[in-house]
Design a protein around this ligand. Structure first.
Ligand SMILES: Cc1ncc(COP(=O)(O)O)c(C=O)c1O
Length: 412
């Protein structure tokens, strides 16, 4: 590592997490009350109400993780086994595994090569008679084109789940991410805009969906009902009061976290705009990007070097970027490609589907957008504590890395 490296605030520790007195005060209240369980306490319930209110949503249900939130949202929609749910091949496995756990078939729509998001056009190609729902991921904090997606879903009677794990308070046509589809889900994991270490929350305006979400988190036990029972197959996905306390404090800080990230991103935009072969994020005028991460499109044809070489050079300057994000589309992971699901049975994945995903050539032809995106994306860490010096440092080191790598290419 170079001697002149600047340590960047990181969401992996206190340097880049806004955790302090406010969280401790609320945590102390929980400890003093002796009630750590959300079915008896008040903090999780308050968090659910305040989170929903911030979004202008009628209902909020907190859960143990973003994965649990996706799972509960699928259960709320109530698909039959073997129904198909269309999703993105560039997302976290936590957004896909619940589809399979619920006995449904994940079907992947291609992504736009520059926004990394699924589109109405790519979703439409994958709709069949078995399609029940679509999960759209607003990747890196940049909303999908929801107008077209909602029109398509309406025409085909599909439920829409918005995965906002990376897109807190992002807006599309003046509406907040998570409030456009039927259900919006969020993750409270360590590296998100707000965190409780692990955790999640789902929001909806639909009372039936809210009821099923709530029940699914509670083993489908009808708390508060006259004659409660375990109404259907469900799990314990509850958030604890300790997490609820932290979530409440974090929620107060969320708008400021988002605007600080946006302001820092604007500064980096200005410093990187001029590099031939590198594209900065370009959210359309009707959307706001909330910069979970700051991504660059690195064109190897123009630059003469690729995204991995640029990332290796940046590492020398202490900048830990993620070239190619998840490295390969989700369907190329063993769980899906080889159908490693339940015992030795591949349920609910078919042999034919697996054969397709095992054939790299077929995958590349079927998903050109996702392959291009993953071959060129450089994911820069992003944080609300980035000051002018951090942004300038990142920009300078990117310029310096491009010059160094270009000089090496010219020589060889
Ligand atoms: C887009 C997306 N969806 C879902 C998840 C799963 O959330 P969790 O890790 O809280 O289970 C994540 C990641 O954490 C994510 O980034």
């Amino acid at each position: 590592m170079s001697e002149t490296t600047l340590k960047l605030p990181s969401d992996q520790d206190h340097s880049g997490r806004d955790l302090g007195r406010e969280e401790i005060e609320l945590l102390s209240e929980v400890i003093a009350s002796g009630v750590l369980n959300s079915t008896k306490g008040t903090k999780v319930e308050r968090f659910e109400k305040e989170f929903a209110a911030l979004h202008g949503s009628k209902h909020g249900v907190a859960l143990a993780s973003g994965t649990a939130a996706i799972h509960a949202a699928i259960v709320a929609v109530n698909p039959d086994p073997m129904d198909e749910i269309i999703t993105s091949p560039i997302t976290d496995m936590g957004a896909i595994a619940p589809i399979i756990y619920q006995g449904c078939v994940p079907v992947f729509a291609d992504t736009d090569p520059y926004t990394y998001n699924v589109t109405a056009e790519s979703i439409e190609k994958k709709i069949t008679k078995k399609t029940r729902a679509v999960i759209v991921t607003h990747l890196f904090g940049n909303p999908c084109r929801m107008r077209e997606i909602m029109a398509l879903a309406g025409k085909n009677h599909l439920a829409v789940i918005e995965d906002c794990a990376q897109a807190y308070l992002a807006e599309y046509e003046g509406r907040k991410a998570g409030t456009i589809g039927d259900i919006g889900v969020f993750s409270l994991q360590q590296g998100k805009h707000m965190t409780t270490g692990e955790g999640g929350i789902a929001i909806t305006d639909n009372a039936d969906h809210a009821r099923r979400l709530r029940l699914f988190v509670n083993k489908a036990w009808g708390y508060g009902d006259k004659n409660p029972d375990h109404y259907f197959l469900a799990l314990n996905y509850r958030l604890t009061e300790l997490q609820g306390a932290v979530a409440l404090a974090q929620l107060k800080k969320l708008p400021s976290v988002v605007s600080r990230r946006q302001a820092a991103a604007k500064k980096l935009d200005a410093r990187l705009r001029s590099i031939d072969g590198i594209k900065i994020p370009a959210p359309p005028a009707d959307s706001t990007h909330v910069y979970w991460k700051y991504c660059l499109d690195v064109d190897p044809e123009i630059l003469g070097f690729d995204v991995a070489e640029l990332a290796a050079q940046l590492k020398n300057f202490g900048i830990a970027s993620a070239p190619r994000y998840i490295q390969k589309p989700a369907f190329r992971c063993q769980v899906i490609k080889d159908g490693v699901t339940f015992g030795r049975n591949h349920f609910p994945l078919s042999e034919e589907m697996m054969r397709g995903y095992q054939d790299e050539g077929w995958c590349r032809r079927e998903y050109p957008g996702a392959y291009q995106a993953l071959s060129r994306v450089l994911v820069l860490p992003w944080n609300e504590f980035y000051e002018e010096t951090h942004v300038r440092y990142i920009a300078d080191k990117i310029h310096e890395s491009v010059s160094l790598l270009s000089a090496v290419k010219i020589k060889s």
